[in-house]
Structure formats: structure tokens, C-alpha cells
Design a protein around this ligand. Structure first.
Ligand code: PXG
Ligand code: PLP
Length: 441
């Protein structure tokens, strides 16, 4: 007899990602529609989206241009083989990405997610040194509290203990920089904190320990998102760039969250004025609508592979859905939407209002730090003694009850609204969070 479950609302089969499955299924939170700044819940309530989905719907929901592009593409060319075959839209999207990327980032490798983009960039880094005859450079350096997705490469360079400890030996030849979170000195910084640029000097220490000639690449999030909105200290990223340059080490920025306007510039590289050798992107590339990632690569790195003998595959890497037609069409329509609506500029214009609104929560119950940059905000709460994460999760549940979607990580509330947010929405979002905190245990 089949054990297939036929009840329409049986929730057991779907093993949900990064979710307390049993708790969720006892009291599910179901979204059934979305438009502009709002989700609609299954019970019909409108939920203000304070997180752009999961940091990805930068242009807001149900954008006509993106919806039409996907519909049209599905009917015209649903899928084309990705290997040894092409279709025009993938090339067009790559060109458009190069147009908005920092100067010199001239090539694009397509993936389906941030995790795949991370592993792609790490592989390109190691292979790049090898094709240049420098195969002794194999080490990868990540950072504590870094999130680089969930594939083996990404969790190896990542710095989240819970994401690593269950999964064996991970990649070898990996080391980690210290994280840059210094609440004792930097609490309540507006924008970039003043203290901590010297933490970048640890790269030199690590490089010296292993010998710099063994290090292939360093990967960091310009602003760490998932581990609670950690803003880089002034001068920190510049120092990393300098140390990498001095020692032939590639610098990879993981811009999965910071890319596509989140900081009020196309990429964090533009915002900070530091150009990495590769940029890892996903999420906002298609406004979160269709899975897609892109690794942007400097010309020199790409070109190093192109001296392979004629007719040979230069890089033995790729995915069935690399640059798939529907994702490419969605990407093109997304970049057009960002441009037509001036959303990157809009994020920059709104950033001061966002900063003031966030920091107005200073002194509210349980709040021990507030951090912000562009349209990202982090509100750190005092944990309940012996019960880490419980207070912030209670805030998340209470916000959802009150019609506002926030995200929590540890005891930190992370906010990253769509870039179409209005000042009145910011008032509602921050006002609701403040009210909730007043009533939390
Ligand atoms: N790098 C960074 C910097 C990310 O933020 C990934 C890689 C992996 O992307 P994919 O597409 O494989 O999930 C991410 C993803 C959260 C949250 O609430 C953050 C992410 C994903 C889900 C939740 O902080 N970031
Ligand atoms: N596993 C098997 C058996 C496959 O045939 C393939 C691709 O052909 C993969 C995994 C990789 O899938 P993807 O290219 O979607 O990452």
C-alpha cells in the first residue's frame, strides 16, 4: 500500500530548510500572495515585508516587467542546454551585469544560488593559480561569523559553528580571520564603526603562518548579513585589499546580500570604493523571483584560462541551469526595473531616514546595540539568560502577529526592506518593532 499522503494540507512531507520543522508545522505561517511592500497571509492579513523576502526582493513584489518577462520566456524558449550550446538572453544578461559592475569585472559565470556562486568562486580561485603555474596556492581564508551558503566550500570558509559542526571534516587548507564585531567599542555606531580596521592585519598573520605563497584567496562579506548585520570598520576592507595585493592573494567579496542596491550603490564594492577580484552574487539578481546566481570575475582571471589549447574546455565547472533562459529573462527585467525606478539611488536617498528611524529605538527595552548601513538594519537584544535566540524569536512571532515580517538571527533582529519602501512604511516597521520590544519578556 502506498504511504503517499493525499490530504491537501498535510505538511509532513516537506522537510523545510533552516526551520524548526515540528514547531512550524504545529502552527504554520503561510504566505499565499505578494504585491509591492506586502505579503498576504493564508488568513488574508497583509504583512509588511521588512526583509525583502530573504534579502532578495529588492524591487518589491509582483513587478510587472519581471512577471511578463518570465511568462514570455517560458512560452518562447523554456530551456536550452547550458553546455556547448547557448541562447541570446544569457549573453545579454552577462553584458548588462558587466555594464553595472565595477570597472575591470568583465566576465560572468552563472549559477543558481548564492551557495553555488560561492563554491564557483572558490574553485575558480584555486584553478586560476594552477593554470598560471602557481598550483601551490590552494589555501582559502574565510572569517568567523561569515555566511557563505551551505555547500561544502561555503561552510568550510564560513564561520557559523552550527552550520559546520555536523558535517565532518569539510575542506582542508582553510583558515579564518577574526570577525569584526566589537560592541564594547562600537555599539550604536551610525554607519561604519570607527574601531577595528586593525583586525584586517590578522590576514597578514595568517598568511605568514602558512606562508603567503600558499594562499589562493580570501572571501568575506563586505557587510556580514546573516550573522547579524556586522558593518566593516572604517578602513578595514581597504587594508584587506592592500594585504592581498602585496601577497598575490585573490580577494573575493560575497555580495549575495550587499549586491543590487542594498547599500544605495550597485555593489558594496562601489559603496566602499574597494574592488575585489571576484564578486559572488545571487538573490537580488532576479529580484528573488527565480533562482539565479552570478560570479563576476576580473578580466585577468578569466583570461588566464583562455590560453588552453584550442577546442578544450577551459573550466571544468557548470550547472544544468547556468544562465537558463527564464532566469536570464528575469535577470534582464530585474536590472531594467532597478534602473527605470532608480532604486539604487532611492536606497541611498532613504538611508539617512532609515538610520534615524532605527536609532530611535536606542533605550527601548532589551536593546543593547543598533547597526545600520544603506537599507540594512540590525537591532541586537539582550538574550534571556540561558536561553539564547528565544527573545528575538518571540519578537519575530509577535511582529508577524502584528502584520510585519522581520528576520532574526541569534538575538539580533535583521531588517532589509525592499528598496521601494516609503517613509510611512519605515515608520510602521520601526514603530511596530519598538512596541513589540516593550511587551517582550
Ligand atoms: N552568501 C551570503 C553572504 C548570503 O547571505 C549565501 C551566500 C547563500 O545563498 P543561497 O542562495 O544559497 O541561500 C547567502 C544567503 C538570513 C538568510 O536570514 C540569509 C541568506 C539565506 C537565507 C537566510 O540571514 N543568505
Ligand atoms: N547528479 C546527477 C546524477 C546528474 O546527472 C547531474 C547533472 O547532470 C547532477 C547531479 C548535477 O545537477 P546540476 O547540474 O543541476 O547541478
Amino acid at each position: 500500500m502506498s504511504n503517499r499522503l493525499t490530504m491537501p494540507n498535510d505538511l509532513r512531507a516537506f522537510w523545510m530548510p533552516f526551520t524548526a520543522n515540528r514547531q512550524f508545522k504545529e502552527n504554520p505561517r503561510m504566505l499565499v500572495a505578494a504585491d509591492g511592500m506586502y505579503y498576504t497571509a493564508a488568513d488574508g492579513r497583509k504583512i509588511l515585508d521588512g526583509t525583502a523576502g530573504l534579502w532578495c526582493c529588492n524591487a518589491g513584489h509582483n513587478r510587472p516587467k519581471i512577471v511578463e518577462a518570465i511568462q514570455k520566456q517560458a512560452a518562447e524558449l523554456d530551456y536550452a542546454p547550458a553546455f556547448q550550446m547557448g541562447h541570446p538572453k544569457a549573453f545579454e544578461l552577462a553584458n548588462r551585469l558587466v555594464d553595472i559592475a565595477p570597472k575591470g569585472m568583465d566576465h560572468v559565470f552563472f549559477t543558481n544560488s548564492g551557495s553555488e556562486s560561492v563554491d564557483t568562486a572558490l574553485k575558480i580561485a584555486i584553478a586560476y593559480h594552477r593554470v598560471r603555474g602557481d598550483g601551490a596556492r590552494f589555501r582559502l581564508i574565510g572569517r568567523e561569523r561569515g555566511y557563505h551558503g551551505v555547500n561544502f566550500g561555503g561552510i568550510s570558509v564560513g564561520g557559523i559553528v552550527t552550520n559546520r559542526k555536523h558535517f565532518g571534516t569539510l575542506l582542508t587548507g582553510v583558515d579564518h580571520l577574526p570577525h569584526t564585531h566589537m560592541p564594547a567599542k562600537n555599539a550604536y555606531s551610525k554607519g561604519q564603526p570607527e574601531h577595528g580596521a586593525e583586525l584586517a592585519d590578522d590576514l597578514l598573520k595568517i598568511a605568514t603562518l602558512h606562508d603567503p605563497s600558499t594562499i589562493a584567496a580570501v572571501i568575506v562579506e563586505p557587510v556580514a548579513g546573516s550573522t547579524g548585520v556586522l558593518i566593516p570598520p572604517l578602513g578595514y576592507l581597504q587594508k584587506l585589499r592592500k594585504i592581498c595585493d602585496d601577497h598575490g592573494i585573490l580577494l573575493i567579496f560575497d555580495e549575495v546580500i550587499t549586491g543590487y542596491g542594498r547599500l544605495g550603490a550597485p555593489f558594496a564594492a562601489d559603496y566602499f570604493g574597494v574592488t575585489p577580484d571576484m564578486m559572488v552574487t545571487a538573490k537580488g539578481l532576479t529580484n528573488g523571483v527565480i533562482p539565479m546566481g552570478a560570479v563576476l570575475v576580473k578580466k585577468d582571471i578569466h583570461d588566464a584560462f583562455m590560453s588552453a589549447p584550442d577546442g578544450t574546455i577551459e573550466l571544468f565547472h557548470g550547472y544544468t541551469y547556468s544562465g537558463s533562459p527564464i532566469a536570464s529573462a528575469a535577470g534582464i527585467a530585474t536590472l531594467e526595473t532597478y534602473k527605470e525606478d532608480g532604486l539604487f539611488e532611492r536606497a541611498a536617498e532613504l538611508a539617512p531616514y532609515w538610520q534615524d528611524a532605527l536609532h530611535s529605538l536606542k533605550g527601548r527595552r532589551h536593546v543593547i546595540d543598533i547597526r545600520n548601513l544603506g537599507l540594512i538594519g540590525g537591532i541586537e537584544l539582550e538574550p534571556i539568560a540561558g536561553k539564547p535566540t528565544k527573545r528575538a524569536f518571540a519578537a519575530f512571532l509577535s511582529a508577524y502577529e502584528k502584520g510585519v515580517l522581520i528576520r532574526t538571527t541569534g538575538d539580533i533582529i535583521a531588517l532589509s526592506p525592499p528598496l521601494i519602501i516609503e517613509k510611512s512604511h519605515i515608520d510602521t516597521l520601526i514603530g511596530t518593532v519598538g512596541d513589540i520590544l516593550d511587551h517582550l519578556d
